[in-house]
Design a protein around this ligand. Structure first.
Ligand SMILES: NC(=O)c1ccc[n+]([C@@H]2O[C@H](COP(=O)([O-])OP(=O)(O)OC[C@H]3O[C@@H](n4cnc5c(N)ncnc54)[C@H](O)[C@@H]3O)[C@@H](O)[C@H]2O)c1
Length: 282
């Protein structure tokens, strides 16, 4: 979708990191921006920063894991702006760090609640309104972990694969009904943000129960810290995301150094296909 002044964007998880950078970049292109986030104070500061730049930015406190709260958000955004052209489902959490067998059901509920149901709730609330309007574009922020599967991050990997999968279905559904609404799914590598501090937003009723032996957890944490070193600045990430939206790219890849890792999966699928030849006579 060509981004133009006068359009309206909704960005979830807009109070920090990638969401804030995307909201800023969209605002600087002349779009009005609805900023949604669960952290009221950070959200207020974020919207004030955009307003100080002359951007038409409006904060909406919203827990994306709560379907009725997202429906209320959609109604409030329509009441304030009258239209939505671009929906950026970005809010997300890092989830459980450790061996899968040590995870607690709460870890899965929290990660799926925000990373998957947050996206689904956004789509269910906004897409009918966009379909009834002028169309537009949907961006779901997944991760490199939606295309690759690093260890000790099973909840995160599972949620991000879900976001890639549902985005692919959605793209075909919109095309099947002849809608002009385009879908993009963003799969970034490491980006500067507060994602390593996601526990700040874990609801008390989904508390963690640490089972992993301390020595192993220390090793996992050290490897994770190393993997998170050298992050891409958020404004550079946002620049790449906006370029992908304007090219109508379905899959927006932002970290070229990760391409070999992504292609490795295709190689292994190709090898499996080779071991699964059509039966003779078929
Ligand atoms: N930072 C990275 O390296 C990286 C890489 C790939 C993908 N991502 C994805 O980018 C997205 C943004 O994360 P980030 O890295 O900017 O982290 P961040 O923690 O800086 O920002 C995430 C934002 O989401 C908000 N949020 C958390 N739970 C919420 C909820 N239930 N409802 C509404 N808002 C909620 C937080 O308050 C925060 O403002 C996430 O989906 C994340 O998985 C991040």
């Amino acid at each position: 979708m060509k981004l133009e002044a006068g359009q309206v964007a909704v960005v979830t998880g807009a109070a920090s990191g990638i969401g804030f950078a995307i909201a800023t970049a969209l605002g600087q292109r002349g779009l009005a921006v609805a900023l949604a986030d669960i952290e009221a104070k950070a959200l207020d500061q974020a919207s004030r920063r955009l307003q100080a730049e002359g951007i038409d930015a409006q904060p909406f406190v919203c827990d994306v894991a709560d379907a009725s709260a997202v429906e209320t958000l959609a109604a409030a955004v329509m009441a304030r702006f009258g239209r939505v052209d671009l929906l950026v489902n970005n809010a997300g959490v890092g989830g459980f760090l450790g061996p899968l067998w040590d995870s607690h059901p709460n870890d899965w509920s929290w990660a799926f609640g925000v990373n998957v149901f947050g996206v689904v709730n956004g789509l269910r609330a906004f897409l009918p309104r966009m379909l009834a309007g002028k169309g537009g574009h949907v961006v779901n922020v997944a991760s490199l972990a939606g295309l690759t599967a690093p260890p000790f991050l099973s909840t995160y990997v599972a949620t991000k694969h879900a976001v890639v999968g549902l985005s692919e279905s959605l793209k075909q559904e919109l095309a099947a009904i002849g809608s002009g609404i385009k879908v993009s799914v963003v799969c970034p590598g490491v980006v500067q943000s507060r994602i390593a501090d996601s526990e700040r937003n874990r609801p008390a009723d989904l508390a963690a129960a640490v089972k992993t032996p301390a020595a192993l957890l220390d090793r996992i944490r050290a490897a994770f810290a190393q993997a998170m070193a050298d992050p891409m600045p958020t404004d550079e990430l946002a620049r790449r995301v906006l370029a992908g939206i304007e090219r109508d790219d379905f899959l927006i890849l932002t970290h070229p150094d990760q391409n070999p890792q992504i292609l490795q999966r295709l190689v292994s699928i190709e090898q499996s296909v080779g071991r699964n030849p059509p039966a003779a006579g078929h």
